[in-house]
Design a protein around this ligand. Structure first.
Ligand SMILES: Cc1cc2nc3c(=O)[nH]c(=O)nc-3n(C[C@H](O)[C@H](O)[C@H](O)COP(=O)(O)OP(=O)(O)OC[C@H]3O[C@@H](n4cnc5c(N)ncnc54)[C@H](O)[C@@H]3O)c2cc1C
Length: 339
């Protein structure tokens, strides 16, 4: 089993399944970590947690801390799957995301009311005040409350080669990815974001080049960088950096590219449940992480308050959102008298 991509490889060195409890010894870099988790599928779970990224993992921990029965589903598709090291995560600055997830999974094994299933959920339907989940295996599970933490998927501009360097030499978030490129030439894809990106990364960058890609700088915005109108035709690695080819036959060398991706819900559950969405396409939640459907809470990249233009998409914000969504799911159970 391979849980990670990028520089860090997590491999299974031992796997056993005694009495419905999966025990896995994971080798994370040089460390061997033992994880164990209940695996037998019940036909009911009190709280179904969809997603095994920081949001879902924290929601599961929150449920376990007060002895609430919860099942977390994880189909192994993480937004930061191509990232070798995450940053701006206090106490974990520079930790490989896969190592973070493995440590969280190991912590969850202390809580015997929490079950983790490495399985895809296909559908969620309302069933009176409860919910019915259908898994990829065809198994069906009922739940009193649902925590959605399925994250988002990034759609990049269709520039050949860009996807191959995503999370490594191309990214969207300066807080996560810029400091490692201090003093280098940074390329920005899309003129409309150039004002924001150059202002934010000004103290770090050695210089900028903007690939307008058919967009205009915002009104009244000027940038201290060339703004190229020739269209990008490809992105290739060159040693440590990137070479961008343009349709006028010229090339530009940069250390890293920044681009604003289009976000899509990773899972179809918002649509299936008829949840109210924000203009960003993310699930609308209130201050208690409740969605428009009673019993469904949401945390992490897939959801945000109406006051925000987009999710605050970071590991810590996702974990915080997952914690709140977990709390509110428990509050829902208590309000229904399900003790
Ligand atoms: C290139 C890049 C670099 C980044 N770098 C950083 C960084 O350095 N620092 C930082 O703080 N943030 C960084 N981020 C942001 C960070 O990755 C996200 O904010 C965070 O992963 C969101 O967590 P999440 O739990 O909401 O979703 P994810 O981590 O995306 O987890 C989603 C979970 O849902 C599961 N899932 C989805 N559909 C189903 C289904 N149908 N059935 C079962 N399970 C399902 C997936 O398997 C996965 O377990 C980066 C993002 C990108 C794109």
């Amino acid at each position: 089993m391979l849980l990670a991509s990028g520089v860090v490889r997590i491999s299974t060195v031992n796997r056993a399944e005694p009495r419905g409890c999966l025990q896995v010894d994971l080798k994370v870099d040089d460390r061997v970590m033992r994880t164990s988790q209940r695996t037998e599928l019940r036909s009911h779970t009190d709280i179904a947690i969809l997603g095994g990224g920081p949001a879902g993992l924290q929601a599961a921990l929150t449920a376990g801390r007060v002895g609430r029965q919860a099942t977390l589903f994880d189909d192994g598709t993480y937004r930061n799957a191509t990232v070798s090291h995450m940053h701006n995560v206090v106490t974990h600055d520079g930790t490989p995301p896969a190592q973070f997830r493995a440590a969280a999974r190991a912590e969850l094994t202390a809580y015997d009311t929490v079950c983790v299933r490495e399985e895809r959920v296909e559908t969620i339907e309302r069933d009176g005040e409860d919910f019915r989940l259908t898994l990829a295996s065809g198994d069906v599970l009922s739940a009193y409350a649902v925590v959605l933490a399925t994250g988002v998927r990034d759609e990049l501009p269709p520039i050949p080669g860009l996807q191959d360097v995503w999370g490594d030499l191309a990214a969207q978030c300066p807080f996560c990815h810029a400091f490692e490129f201090k003093g280098t030439r940074i390329g920005i894809i899309g003129a409309s974001a150039a004002g924001h990106y150059t202002a934010l990364m000004g103290p770090i960058a050695g210089g900028f080049v903007v690939f307008a890609e058919g967009q205009e700088l915002g009104e009244g915005v000027s940038v201290d960088a060339p703004v190229l109108t020739a269209r990008m035709t490809s992105v290739e690695r060159t040693g440590d950096g990137l070479r961008v080819s343009l349709d006028d036959g010229t090339t530009q060398d940069v250390a890293v590219l920044f681009v604003v991706p289009t976000l899509h819900q990773s899972a179809p559950f918002a649509e299936q449940l008829g949840l109210e969405l924000n203009p960003s396409g993310c699930v609308r939640i209130d201050e208690f992480a409740r969605t428009s459907v009673p019993g469904v809470t949401a945390g992490g990249d897939l959801a945000h308050l109406a006051a925000f233009p987009m999710p605050m998409a970071t590991v810590l914000m996702a974990a915080g959102g997952g914690q709140l969504a977990g709390h509110s799911a428990i509050a829902r159970l208590l309000a229904r008298g399900l003790r």
